[in-house]
Design a protein around this ligand. Sequence first.
Ligand SMILES: Cc1cc2nc3c(=O)[nH]c(=O)nc-3n(C[C@H](O)[C@H](O)[C@H](O)COP(=O)(O)OP(=O)(O)OC[C@H]3O[C@@H](n4cnc5c(N)ncnc54)[C@H](O)[C@@H]3O)c2cc1C
Length: 384
Amino acid sequence: MEQKTIIILGGGTGGLVASHELKKKTKELARIMVIDKNDMHIYAPSFLWLMLGQRQAHKIQKPLSSLNRKGIEFINDEVVKIEPERKLVRTKNANFHYDYLIIALGAELAPEKVPGLTEAGYDLYELEGVERLREDLKNFAGGKVAIIIASLPFKCPAAPYEAAFLLDEYFQKKDIRAKTEISIFTPEALPMPAAGPENGRILRALLESRNIKFNPEVRLLTVDPNKKELLFEGNKTAQFDFLIFVPSHQGPKVIRESGLGNESGWIPVDAKTLKTKYDNVFALGDVAVIILSSGKPLSKAGVFAHYEAEVVSENIAAEVRNAVADKKYNGRAYCFLELGYGRAGFAGGNFYAEPVPVVRMKRPGRVWHLGKVLFEKYWLWKWF
Ligand SMILES: Cc1cc2nc3c(=O)[nH]c(=O)nc-3n(C[C@H](O)[C@H](O)[C@H](O)COP(=O)(O)OP(=O)(O)OC[C@H]3O[C@@H](n4cnc5c(N)ncnc54)[C@H](O)[C@@H]3O)c2cc1C
């Protein structure tokens, strides 16, 4: 059989799973390549512990070059153009032809969309931002802490809430909680809307029980770093002493410029097969957009990228082997929610259920926190 070339763009969550699954299932029948502009894979869920000094940056990242010893070719380069009609990917330094293409380029962070934000605060979603945050947090002696979600959609809908719970514990232990106000500002009506209103209300009550102020449906326009002031739509303002933000997200530049995506750069895909409108081109994870029967888009999270990558790999491998490619993603997913004090929540269910997702939250406990920690260890061991 003629060897096929399968190119995976992105060595993040989806790219790692897809490349390993494909290698395992196609063996010598396919040449598998991963292209990423970064030479390191960074495990983002650990940012929350990094923020508190409970992790070190070098321990939560691994070199993508280690894929080479597993027979997966890693190319450290930036993808600048995708030409599906010619089955061609252009990087800064070379051109690559493919038989199958998996786009797993994630979401691009665009903090600059809100003037003043970067100057005034700490980016919870970038390694450098979290490292700065950790250092300055050590010297914080109390005041107004604002956690702001700049716009929707954003990946890992739980992360800013987890940050708030963990900070509550951190300030308690530093004995400055009584003089510290923690407030969340978000365009959402309730936390984690994709998990349904019932879970949103549970989470809001949990925030209130910890004296974390929840400010819903606010749209941030600008930040004044000198006055330490947030300005929202409708002329509302809020003051802060310490600002932590989730930046705006958009589709990667190469997708926005190639016309493969919608106006925001997200690639529409079939919910069950992750096929795009182009032959043999799949998109998965954060870069893909799937509209649920509720009319809302599927959330962006690593767990979706992971399961979607398994489906896509299985189907491509079946085609390569001339077998039937009939695997379908069923929308099942789960997530841990750090609550501090060694406890976490756990929500899981069917995000494709109709008419609305069916997602249940388990009683918070130590076991879920342990599960989250074990998953981190497993992830950084499994693929490297
Ligand atoms: C603080 C935080 C906590 C989180 N916690 C969780 C959690 O607990 N559970 C969960 O499920 N999810 C969590 N997430 C979300 C999760 O990390 C992402 O949803 C997931 O990584 C998406 O996977 P992906 O493969 O689509 O994209 P990514 O993992 O982002 O990978 C995209 C890759 O593409 C590369 N790339 C981009 N553009 C180019 C280009 N032009 N050329 C070459 N390479 C390029 C990038 O360098 C990157 O390596 C968290 C995220 C954050 C920030």
